[in-house]
Design a protein around this ligand. Structure first.
Ligand SMILES: NC(=O)c1ccc[n+]([C@@H]2O[C@H](COP(=O)([O-])OP(=O)(O)OC[C@H]3O[C@@H](n4cnc5c(N)ncnc54)[C@H](OP(=O)(O)O)[C@@H]3O)[C@@H](O)[C@H]2O)c1
Length: 328
């Protein structure tokens, strides 16, 4: 059977999840796609740490070794920050590899550039995992956009802060108590700045804006207000009034065509689609001209939800490229 060689860049939470799923679903994927996928290289910084038994021989800390591998056709990227991730994926695309990424920091800034380059090179870019982890919001939006116009998107795009707001409401915890528990459970990083400040949600919002509107608002014009502006007392008062605080990332096309965005705590009533979304869940509500408002919800992060949508991206790409070059 034809074999497709793949590389995994980054072998932390997400990278290892991809490896596990590709192994567990090997036969099912082979049957469905008619090709065998072989993970041929795994890029990390520290090759002395094996992480998953039996993978030591695949590890490298040298990207040139990844691209020197004959017949490489798919690159999964799960490293952090804009660089070197962007340069690696650019090189992969120029080498005619399909790429699948989870890296929202890189993709918020360079996503359109990579997609243009991919078109020129006849390959595909999968980026479902960059927004809301396991929630299939990119797929859903792409389908909707075939027929509908999207006017506004509102999302809970950060599970950590949604967990904190939920606990502040249900348990009466202070912001600090909720943050400590989120860190203890591994939801929040030791440095929770990106979650709390809204920067994490902002990056995901920019990816959604690119897709829905073909452009982003000027970053400097997007107001980004952190969830740390909400106190236990604010939450208590809101609850007494039948309202809930959500940390909402919102982007819309105004009547004059201008795209405007905002990330901020928002009070929502029980009629609002984001009202029932509790704990670490993410949700995205999309306003359209024909369907009305459509809301998708699910787990926004984690090893398996995130890796699963990346493997789905791979399967979709292979499906699209039924007649592409494979190595035997
Ligand atoms: N975790 C989630 O639930 C989640 C959800 C959605 C999206 N994402 C995104 O997915 C990406 C990966 O997240 P993660 O949680 O898996 O991170 P992680 O656990 O910290 O793993 C990052 C991996 O990337 C490797 N790495 C970092 N910089 C590198 C470089 N310059 N060259 C080679 N390897 C490098 C690290 O190598 P070493 O191990 O050798 O240090 C590590 O294996 C991030 O962009 C994140 O935003 C994560």
């Amino acid at each position: 059977m034809a074999v497709i060689k793949a590389a995994i860049l980054g072998f932390g939470t997400v990278g290892q999840g991809i490896y596990h799923i590709l192994n567990e679903k090997r036969e099912a994927l082979r049957e469905k796609l008619g090709v065998e996928l072989e993970v041929a290289k795994i890029l990390v910084r520290d090759t002395s740490n094996e992480r998953i038994p039996g993978t030591q021989h695949l590890l490298t800390d040298n990207i040139d070794e990844v691209f020197a591998e004959k017949g490489m056709q798919v690159v999964f990227e799960a490293i952090v920050n804009e660089e070197p991730a962007f340069s690696y994926l650019k090189q992969a695309i120029e080498n005619k590899c399909h790429v699948v990424t989870a890296n929202k920091v890189m993709f918020a800034k360079r996503g359109l550039e990579l997609q243009t380059l991919a078109k020129q090179n006849g390959v595909f870019v999968g980026y479902e995992a960059t927004v809301a982890g396991g929630v299939p919001v990119i797929k859903t939006l792409k389908n909707i956009l075939l027929v509908n116009d999207v006017s506004c998107i509102q999302g809970i795009l950060n599970g950590t802060t949604n967990y904190m707001l939920t606990k502040m409401r249900k348990e009466g915890w202070s912001f600090e108590e909720a943050l400590l528990e989120a860190q203890r459970l591994g939801y929040a990083e030791a440095d929770p700045y990106n979650d709390i400040s809204g920067q994490d949600a902002f990056k995901k919002l920019m990816v959604l804006s690119d897709l829905a509107f073909g452009e982003q608002p000027a970053w400097a014009e997007v107001e980004v207000i952190g969830v740390d502006t909400i106190s236990a007392e604010d939450v208590k008062v809101a609850t007494e009034q039948g309202m809930r605080y959500r940390h909402v990332a919102e982007v819309e096309r105004q009547a004059d065509g201008k795209i405007v965005g905002k990330v901020a705590p928002m009070l929502v009533d029980r009629e609002h689609p984001l009202f029932p979304i509790d704990d670490v869940f993410n949700a995205v509500a999309i306003d359209t001209n024909y369907i009305g408002t459509l809301t998708v919800t699910g787990p926004g992060a984690g090893m398996y939800p995130t890796a699963s949508v990346m493997v789905e991206d791979y399967a979709e790409i292979i499906g699209k490229r039924a007649g592409f070059v494979v190595t035997i």
